[in-house]
Design a protein around this ligand. Structure first.
Ligand SMILES: Cc1ncc(COP(=O)(O)O)c(C=O)c1O
Length: 395
């Protein structure tokens, strides 16, 4: 009896608890991602919904693939966006290109290199880690040394743009060093695609994955991947099956081959947004877009240095879209972030994971990669800090 009464109370409470209409506040998203969505990509999500098996929709899929090829500069092999975020792109690379018992060499100098190691181990891969301190890049010479010691390694993995530190890996150089070897090259391009120079074909990359919510300026939810011909050969020859939802050869049958073969219900509106975001990338031009990100990142970095802040990344390998700033001694970094959000409507990031030194992470990506946004973030940070009595003493 009591139980029934409790049940009724619960249902009544549920009825009363219907929240008011969704009205999220306006934010300027200048953390490590997501960034604000390109207005034209957001508008595309209002277009009429199609079914995932509608032939008109299938033409659109091919356009997305063609535009992604242009963005990655990947003319051959397979290119498509996974219905998942960057992490699943990472897992798809490991799961498709490696089999249990294979050896992989992974460069680790931050949170996301560490995540590649963790995912590879969960797939029973033997991982050889090559480490560098946070703020440094893993020297290619150290990676090649590891390859000399483990010539059976099937894959080398690095993070092109390590968002946890703001460091860019010299990926072109690594690609050319691996060119005549059987070892495949996997690159995390989550924070580089559409914002930093990247040339899948010319640099000899075998598997790249990215996201939609950073330099492409679309909402989070998809992970564009590019796979080289030789990586596809490896995939076709594998002995053990790939997890169904990440199986690139099955996904190819929906995204690229015709007639389509159903694999999963595609996220139609996200694909519209990605389609429009990619049109924006190509309208602007890749080179111009890289230059815009470089200019905005360079400006924020200069302003911060002029204000006496220390940046985490080795200046020779500083990434443009993401700047990691050391929190000065005596300043509460988290409360600064909270005040930036509350008082200025600006989101910036903090350190990621237990190994991170105290830092703020400022991202200028997609539509936010502008000098105006760079100035706005630095002014807001100055305003927050100068209103803090602890700061005057500390700086
Ligand atoms: C370099 C890098 N790799 C992987 C990821 C994971 O992407 P997601 O959060 O979209 O799963 C991120 C996310 O910020 C990232 O910055």
């Amino acid at each position: 009896m009591l139980l029934q009464r409790e049940c009724l109370d619960y249902v009544a409470a549920m009825t009363l608890a219907v929240p008011s209409e969704l009205r999220p506040p306006q934010r300027l998203l200048c953390g490590p991602g997501p960034t604000n969505v390109e207005p034209r990509a957001l508008a595309a999500m209002q277009q009429p919904m199609l079914g995932h098996l509608d032939p008109d929709f299938h033409d659109l899929l091919l356009e997305v693939v063609a535009m992604l090829r242009a963005a990655y500069r990947a003319s051959a092999g397979l290119v498509l966006p996974l219905q998942a975020t960057g992490t699943s792109g990472m897992e798809a690379g490991i799961a498709n290109l490696l089999e249990p018992g294979d050896t992989a060499i992974v460069g680790v100098s931050g949170f996301f290199g560490r995540r590649i190691v963790e995912i590879a181990r969960r797939h029973d891969v033997h991982v050889v880690e090559v480490e560098a301190d946070w703020g440094e890049h893993v020297p290619n010479a150290s990676i090649l040394d590891a390859l000399e010691r483990h010539p059976d390694a099937r894959l080398v993995a690095v993070v092109h743009a390590e968002t946890s530190t703001g460091v860019e890996h010299p990926l072109a150089e690594l690609g050319s060093a691996l060119r005549d070897r059987d070892t495949l090259l996997l690159a995390d391009c989550v924070t580089s695609l559409g914002g930093v120079e990247l040339d899948f074909d010319a640099w000899g990359i075998d598997f790249a994955y990215s996201c939609t919510q950073k330099c492409l300026g679309a909402p989070p939810g998809m992970s564009p991947v590019a796979v080289s011909e030789r990586a596809l050969e490896r995939l076709r020859a594998r002995q053990s099956p790939v997890p169904f939802s990440l199986d690139l050869l099955l996904l190819e049958r929906y995204w690229v081959q015709r007639p389509v073969v159903y694999h999963h219900t595609a996220p139609i509106l996200h694909i519209y947004a990605l389609h429009e975001a990619l049109r924006a990338v190509l309208d602007e031009g890749l080179q111009q877009r890289w230059e815009r990100h470089a200019a905005a990142g360079g400006l924020v970095q200069k302003r911060l240095r002029d204000d006496g802040f220390e940046l985490l990344a080795d200046p020779d390998y500083q990434l443009a879209p993401l700047t990691a700033v050391r929190v000065p001694e005596g300043i509460d970094g988290k409360s600064t972030q909270a005040r930036m959000l509350r008082e200025h409507g600006i989101e910036i990031g903090g350190g990621l994971g237990p190994a991170a030194p105290p830092m703020w992470r400022i991202g200028l990506m997609g539509p936010n990669a502008t000098p105006e946004t760079a100035e706005r973030v630095v002014s807001a940070l100055d305003a927050v800090l100068s209103a803090d009595p602890a700061v005057a003493a500390a700086r």
